[in-house]
Design a protein around this ligand. Structure first.
Ligand code: AMP
Ligand code: MG
Length: 491
């Protein structure tokens, strides 16, 4: 593997706490030099929040840094080892094409991973080439930044470079590298790797490291492993509720794609649902709908049960006792999820106080949407902006009855109309990354090197709760197609 230069007076100074873990958890590996890197997208706002002067990363220097040709000061690049259940089957995996350069501590004191995705082969590449292509990296960039603006915890995207090299998939494609920023890349699968392939002491060191890094408040408490498990479950329940509330379908919720930090990671065949339907699946490889929209909460609980299994030795010396404890904790997931989801749904409906029948009110609206093939985002938006008369959905007898119930419900709280509207506007996005818009922007960028649609969509998605007339064309749902939208595992 060709090596990289060390930056002189580099813009970043990275730290490497992950490298202090036992070496079984990673392999030292440098990014493989690429021929002619060029920055095609750069996230200056994110750079600024990281405390980085993005002006230092202009031109060739920036391109070389984001490509891994030039290593930031302090970088100790490594690929992380992990395993995972992929569509239910356990496999040894690891970063096959990603290199963790190190960690950056932001001005606010957050420690964040800086990872290059598509940086070349690693000991975990199995038959793969270690590379990524432009379309999927731009896709991850736009989807992750959209999720961030929608208020969903997520990894971020700092830059995409093209490598000047061709990557062969079904056809020759332009190679690219994404600079990904995340709270960490510790996955459920990292714990599965530890439990399967490492010693109990190594598993404990991973757990202790993760607790210190993500759950410092419980690090010193009695029974911190149980508290850790509870905390991960709570964050995941809240995360999945947010996905459901915005209509996000991850598409490949394998245990290796679930971060214990509670952030959304590994954007592959993900997409946003248009018409409300729990059976919505976009990924071409998800033929049985394992990861369908409506299954996501259940799958998250299944994945967390796999995490809990890895933890048994840390929970109790008696396996039987440990299983009992773990089952109790996992059993709490549906309750936490429902609470988080219902609270979000109340916001979407403009409801401030709590009544038991709120759940039914929300469920009845969703059932109506499903029956009438209605657009999930735009129905909530019409309720928010009082544009009901413009949509057929609201004219049927059942729908009118539902609206009367909803209006009555709103009257049973002290908040005024403007307050209700304000809440609904904060909870119901105007713009989501609709599949046809994402595709058209990627097509223009990849095929014609025209980034204008991409930049425009990105700008609209950066303020998703604002009804800006300039971006009104992004509100429209796609016209019905005889070919349902399909996504392909982003490589
Ligand atoms: P993903 O589907 O992106 O979650 O990846 C699943 C596994 O395959 C991970 O271990 C990746 O690192 C690995 N992988 C995906 N694409 C490649 C590639 N082009 N070269 C090597 N490994 C890859
Ligand atoms: Mg993955």
């Amino acid at each position: 593997m060709a090596s990289c230069d060390r930056a002189q007076g580099a813009a970043w100074h990275l730290e490497n706490t992950y490298a202090s873990l036992p070496t079984t958890f990673y392999s030292h590996v440098k990014p493989t030099r690429v021929r002619a890197p060029q920055v095609v997208v750069r996230n200056n706002a994110l750079g600024a929040s990281l405390g980085q002067d993005m002006n230092d990363l202009e031109g060739e220097r920036g391109a070389a840094t984001f490509a891994g040709n030039l290593l930031p000061e302090g970088a100790k690049p490594l690929a992380q080892a992990y395993a995972g259940h992929q569509f239910g089957h356990f496999t040894m995996l690891g970063d096959g094409r990603a290199v963790l350069l190190g960690e950056l501590v932001t001005p606010l004191g957050c420690r964040l991973d800086i990872q290059l995705k598509g940086a070349g082969r690693t000991p975990y590449s199995r038959g793969g080439d270690g590379r990524a292509t432009l379309g999927p990296m731009l896709r991850e960039y736009i989807m992750s930044e959209a999720m961030q603006a929608l208020g969903v915890p997520t990894s971020r995207s700092l830059a995409v470079v093209t490598t000047g090299e061709t990557v062969f998939r079904d056809t020759p494609l332009p190679g690219a590298i994404l600079t990904r920023v995340a709270a960490s890349h510790i996955r459920v699968g990292t714990f599965q790797y530890a439990a399967h392939y490492c010693s109990p002491a190594e598993l404990k060191s991973l757990a202790d490291y993760t607790i210190r890094r993500h759950f410092a408040e419980i690090a010193k408490t009695e029974g911190s492993y149980l508290s850790f498990l509870q905390a991960v479950i709570k964050r995941q329940a809240e995360l999945i509720a947010k996905w459901q509330l915005v209509g996000f379908v991850h598409g490949v919720m394998n245990t290796d794609n679930m971060a214990v930090s509670g952030e959304t990671i590994d954007y592959g065949p993900c997409a946003f649902m248009d018409n409300y339907d729990p059976a919505t699946v976009f990924s071409s490889i998800d033929q049985n709908g394992r990861y369908a929209y409506g299954h996501q909460p259940r799958i998250a609980a299944w994945n967390l049960a796999r995490l809990a299994e890895t933890f048994l030795p840390l929970l109790h010396h008696s396996e039987e006792e440990a299983v009992g404890i773990a089952n109790d904790v996992i059993g709490h997931f549906p309750v936490l999820y429902k609470q988080a989801w219902l609270s979000g749904m109340r916001g979407k409906l403009g409801i401030f106080n709590e009544e038991e029948a709120d759940l039914l009110l929300a469920e009845d609206l969703l059932a109506l949407m499903q029956e009438q093939n209605a657009d999930y985002t735009n129905i909530f938006l019409a309720l928010t902006l009082d544009e009901r008369s413009e949509m057929e959905f609201f004219s049927s007898t059942v729908s009118l009855a539902w609206q009367a119930r909803w209006q009555e419900r709103l009257r049973r709280q002290p908040q005024s109309g403007p307050k209700i509207k304000q809440l609904m506007q904060a909870c119901n996005p105007v713009v989501i990354p609709r599949n046809h818009r994402v595709e058209e922007s990627l097509f223009a960028a990849v095929t014609h090197q025209d980034y204008s649609l991409f930049e425009n969509l990105l700008a609209a998605l950066s303020a998703p709760f604002t009804a800006d007339p300039k971006y009104s064309h992004y509100r429209a749902a796609p016209s019905p197609s005889s070919h349902p939208y399909k996504t392909f595992c982003g490589t």
